[in-house]
Design a protein around this ligand. Sequence first.
Ligand SMILES: Cc1ncc(COP(=O)(O)O)c(C=O)c1O
Length: 304
Amino acid sequence: HSFKDRVVAVALAAARELGFTVLACPSTGNLANAVAAAAARAGIRSFVFIPSDLEQQKVVTSAVYGTTLVAVEGNYDDVNRLASELAGQHEDWAFVNVNVRPYYAEGSKTLGYETAEQLGWRLPGQVVIPVASGAQLVKVDKAFGELTKLGLVEGERPTIFGAQAEGCSPVSAAFKDGHNVVKPVRPDTIAKSLAIGNPADGPYVLDVTRRTGGAVEDVTDGEVVEGIRLLARTEGIFAETAGGVTVAVLAKLLRDGKLDPDADTVIFNTGEGLKTLDAVAPVVGPAGTIAPTTEAFRALVPEA
Ligand SMILES: Cc1ncc(COP(=O)(O)O)c(C=O)c1O
């Protein structure tokens, strides 16, 4: 139910080839789902570490696969530190985004391949990609580069934009300040899947977005909710909060004149809305509750 299934597919294949016997990860939620499901399918033991304040939907949709799910008191960066320590102590455990991270990250290239394929083997002019650790954005750019090098596509490399939530926007802040280093932050946003305060690939996101003439932008939690609703209303796609961040950043970039409205633009919706119901539950619902009579319906919707 998110793009993390792709990265885990590659990491799991590598882990088995390298002789690891257990699959594990620290996660902001979606990777937890993907590791738990992939390990169940592969018939191997898994350990999944999550922040204890994660959305209930992500807890349930991970635990159901029978993984050993460990809720850790702290934010993702605390969970990640614990996972790194455990990776040092358990030589046969493959933490997909720690000790087999190079393979995991390459899995994100499939989003770039699929984009070119769906456009009839050409590249878009611009792309907008959500950023947590930054691995996805960096690897999509790598995918576009490889397709070009292989002669499968021609023309300019796309301009790449990164999308973050204001409550966890260390890469956007570094971009705007003109810095090459990313200063860690304490996350506070409803976009929990993107809540990585100390992003491993942050500096590379700055390189890619600057090299391609793009930018990294951030939006408020209110804009995230509006982004989710806009995508649902206009496209029939229910995104999780990361998708809301991406749609809202697209709108902001357009408003600010940073994105060319005439260029082919692709935005990546990387996770599904059923996992973050709490974000939209307070602002959507039935038009009303009525008695089962036509009169009551007409009273509720006089124009129908
Ligand atoms: C739905 C969703 N989109 C995007 C991302 C960002 O991925 P990355 O850490 O590669 O930047 C995540 C990361 O957890 C995610 O869960």
